[in-house]
Write a protein that binds this ligand. Structure first.
Ligand code: NAD
Length: 478
């Protein structure tokens, strides 16, 4: 059992003001694997006060020094990658190979992209031709609160902490109480890299406690949040009184439009993408729309792909999928599978209950529903498990209409050999991101959505800008 009750405040590990233990459950075994403490008002106050005191010094630190510190963090992150993979695999159930390659890898990728973006980031620049003495300066927003979920822990933590550091902000991180171990380790990396006391602080806690204390705190200028649409709304309301900037990365219900002229691997690739990380990705392509002439063949491939998807404990090496994160997610997913059946979707693979060979752990059978209709629950609700809904379409217009008929708008996908059609759909799909023919986002591309997916833009240049206030200056001495 790992014991990690302390918080990281003002450059030190400190005991909680009023200790409140919280078990971290290993989702592969349903047994506690660690114990942390949940913070209270006094802990949040101490962390915010430390960040506030450190702000003037950090904001005034030259950007090149801030960048050098992030480069040091990157080195440590790479050198201690195995520990990080083990922590994430244990706390949220990512199979160890996925944890090593993708979960740790996402963090490395973001840090590297931020370093590149910071190298040519213009912190102060002329407004433009014909406006002598007019300058645009990018100033740190101030003290920021960072609230992250459990599904891609280091992906989300690096997307927030690193640009906040580069921009000159000081911060309080509240990681998910479901997956706190990776963030505690990350705090060690920051400490060892020499981040000055008070610049980065970590308080564990839950949403109603530390989460709300940060969202309502008068000394916090901005909340950067990734998580559910439900919590995003609660945070927006809580933050309104103090007029904070609120940047939200929320849920999704991505459509994957597969045309008859798509490449041979498009369907299998779409199924595997939906099931990756046990379906616990906000940008998962969970609605597969297939052109009718290719539909029968597509559902055959989809069924075979689902049946070939192995499920097993996170500690085992291999390409299998792991459990979902906890009991309530497991039960929610089971309920949605039952609803799919009750509403008349055709169960093509998987179904309710655990895979046959597993009698404990939050394991879900890789499930596919075919012949879905746009009104079905499985086509509308974010399931956050390995569950794919498939339906046919007849025309491009119909596919576009169905794809856009969701309050979410994070990532949509198009598979087609017709370049003109791809480009047309890339513009017409209502989402922050469109990925086509299996090509994933480019290095430094902004991650974010529209509508109920939230409107933050994280990563690379845009990610640094999010932690800046734009200042307009005139009368600047040449
Ligand atoms: P969640 O919203 O329950 O929790 C996320 C974080 O918010 C946790 O740290 C939690 O403690 C905190 N929180 C919860 N309620 C809060 C409140 N009222 N005030 C302040 N903080 C609060 O989400 P989750 O279950 O951890 O994560 C899954 C969700 O995250 C899914 O809906 C998924 O789509 C979404 N997600 C979005 C993205 C994205 O970038 N768009 C990325 C990953 C996950």
């Amino acid at each position: 059992m790992i014991e990690k009750r302390d918080f990281y405040i003002n450059g030190q590990w400190v005991a909680p003001a009023a200790p409140r233990d919280c078990a971290v459950i290993d989702p592969s075994t349903e047994e506690p694997c660690a114990v942390i403490s949940l913070g209270d008002v006094a802990d949040t106050e101490a962390a915010v006060a430390a960040a506030k005191a450190a702000l003037p010094g950090w904001a005034a630190t030259p950007p090149a020094e801030r960048l050098a510190l992030v480069e040091k963090i990157y080195e440590i992150y790479q050198a201690r990658a195995e520990e990080m993979a083990q922590a994430m695999s244990l706390e949220m159930g990512a199979p160890i190979d996925l944890a090593r390659e993708s979960q740790v890898g996402a963090g490395s990728w973001h840090i590297a992209n931020f370093i590149k973006a910071a190298q040519d980031f213009q912190w102060i620049r002329p407004l433009g031709d014909g406006t002598p003495g007019a300058m645009i300066a990018m100033e740190p927003v101030g003290v920021v609160g960072l609230i992250t979920p459990w599904n891609w822990p280091m992906n989300q933590v690096t997307l927030k902490v690193i640009p906040a550091l580069l921009a000159g902000c000081t911060m309080v991180l509240k990681p998910s109480e479901e997956a706190p171990l990776s963030s505690l380790l990350f705090a060690e990396y920051l400490h060892d890299a020499g981040v000055p006391a008070g610049v980065f602080n970590l308080v564990n806690g839950d949403g109603v406690g530390v989460g709300t204390q940060l969202s309502t705190h008068p000394d916090i200028e901005m909340i950067s949040f990734t998580g559910s649409t439900r919590a995003g709304k609660a945070i927006s309301k809580a933050a309104a009184e103090t007029l904070k900037r609120v940047c939200l990365e929320l849920g999704g219900k991505g459509a994957n439009l597969i045309f008859a002229d798509a490449d041979d691997k498009a369907v299998a690739r779409g199924v595997r993408h939906c099931f990756q990380n046990s379906g616990q990705s906000c940008n998962a392509p969970t609605r597969m729309l297939v052109e009718r002439s290719a539909y029968e063949r597509a559902i055959e491939i989809a069924r075979e792909t689902a049946e070939a998807t192995k499920v097993g404990p996170a500690s085992l090496p291999g390409k299998h999928i792991g459990p979902v994160v906890n009991k309530s997610q497991y039960e929610k997913i089971q309920g949605l599978i039952e609803t799919g059946i009750a509403e008349g979707a055709r169960l093509l693979a998987g179904g309710p209950g655990r895979p046959e060979d597993l009698n404990r752990g939050f394991f879900v059978r890789p499930t596919i529903f075919a012949d879905c209709t746009p009104d079905m629950t499985v086509m509308n609700e974010e399931i956050f498990g390995p569950v794919l809904a498939i339906m046919p379409f007849d025309t491009e217009e119909e596919a576009l209409r169905i794809a856009n008929a969701t309050p979410y708008g994070l990532t949509n996908y198009v598979q087609s050999g017709d370049g003109a059609r791809r480009n047309r759909l890339a513009r017409a799909l209502r989402s922050g991101m469109v990925e086509m023919n299996g090509q994933s986002r480019g290095a430094g591309a902004p991650f974010g959505g529209v509508g109920a997916s939230g409107r933050a833009r994280e990563g690379g240049h845009w990610g640094i800008e999010e932690f800046c206030d734009v200042k307009s200056i005139s009368g600047w001495a040449e």
